[in-house]
Design a protein around this ligand. Structure first.
Ligand SMILES: Nc1ncnc2c1ncn2[C@@H]1O[C@H](COP(=O)(O)OP(=O)(O)O)[C@@H](O)[C@H]1O
Ligand SMILES: [Mg+2]
Length: 316
């Protein structure tokens, strides 16, 4: 099979951390051809979608995990699967990439569905399920944020809608002399929406990442924040701890699954803190490698097996 992976430049790849790298390495092991490109390498010519790609070779070498061969043009209608794995921000190039991919998805399997990627801002998507979420308001208005903080007892988390990896996530505490400055910075003085949410003290125990494939759990891990930090993301020093998927998680997953399938959000990562859903990561969810190491299982095989079945099912 031939897989095209649309992602960030290969210089960003972390060999033991990236889920995209794990997908590419596993595909290579199975003898598939794997091509790399960035989202601005797509091009449309007479309504056919193409990309300028480079064949990728993967090796477990932290200095050069991926080496690229000479670039070539490929018609994306003729390949077997396309993985969209670009990290946020969701900028104009990202949006245009999903609009271009809409044209090819009936010929070639795209993970995740470009329509679903447009539907699902990682923070806002969870708001479709208010019964699963901690109390939350999305606004750019300082007065509304301050009123919410008062209403919920004086401690909240303020997050930019487009962030990832814990970027810009701040704790708001009534009485903090920096409170106005924090709100102004996050909302760009009232010009940008932000999410303000009840602070969940259970975050000290950890933020559970569960990876879902077609609405079913693949595996989970608990990210525990270091020292006084509230952000548990591994990018900011959170440590990964072995954890299972419990009945409460299964209830959350069962509620989300029909909508995820409807939106073509085949591979997503949900974040659960103290039994509450806080985020649905759809653009480039990660954690697969750490999860596999903790559980002594090859979760990447689960995903690539599934992709191969989708491709075969499509009759390619
Ligand atoms: N409501 C909350 N209460 C306590 N901590 C939170 C809350 N929301 C987020 N956090 C902390 O901030 C981290 C990042 O938040 P999250 O919403 O997952 O955004 P992202 O991972 O995209 O940056 C979480 O892993 C968690 O440690
Ligand atoms: Mg998160």
């Amino acid at each position: 099979m031939r897989f095209v992976v649309i992602m960030d430049p290969i210089s960003t790849v972390k060999v033991d951390f990236d889920t995209s790298f794990a997908f590419m390495e596993e595909a290579q092991k199975r003898g598939h051809q794997v091509d790399h490109c960035v989202n601005t390498d797509l091009y449309l010519d007479r309504s056919r979608l193409y990309a300028r790609v480079s064949p990728a070779t993967m090796q477990r070498d932290p200095r050069a995990p991926i080496t690229l061969g000479p670039a070539e043009d490929v018609c994306l209608h003729d390949v077997d699967a396309i993985f969209v794995r670009t990290d946020p921000p969701f900028d104009s190039n990202y949006l245009w990439c999903t609009l271009m991919l809409d044209r090819v998805k009936h010929d070639t399997f795209v993970m995740n569905d470009p329509h679903g990627l447009r539907q699902a801002n990682e923070k806002l998507y969870a708001c479709y399920f208010p019964e699963l979420m901690p109390e939350t308001v999305v606004t750019s208005h300082k007065d509304r944020i301050r009123a919410f903080l008062k209403r919920i007892g004086g401690q909240a988390v303020l997050k930019p809608l487009g962030g990832m990896g814990g970027e810009g996530v701040m704790v708001l505490k009534e009485g903090d002399p920096n409170i106005n400055a924090i709100i102004e910075a996050t909302t760009d003085n009232g010009r940008r929406l932000a999410m303000v949410q009840v602070f969940l003290p259970e975050v000290k125990i950890g933020d559970k990442r569960i990876l879902l494939l077609e609405g079913e759990p693949v595996g989970a891990l608990l990210r525990v924040p270091q020292n006084e930090e509230v952000r548990s993301n591994m990018r900011v020093g959170g440590t990964a701890v072995k954890v299972g998927v419990d009945d409460a998680d299964r209830r959350i997953i069962a509620t989300l699954a029909p909508r995820l399938r409807q939106d073509g959000l085949w591979f997503v990562g949900i974040d659960v803190i103290g039994g509450h859903l806080t985020e649905v990561n759809v653009t480039s969810p990660t954690g697969l490698q750490a999860m596999s190491r903790l559980d002594g299982k090859s979760y990447v095989s689960t995903v690539i097996d599934w992709v191969e079945r989708r491709v075969r099912g499509a009759g390619k």
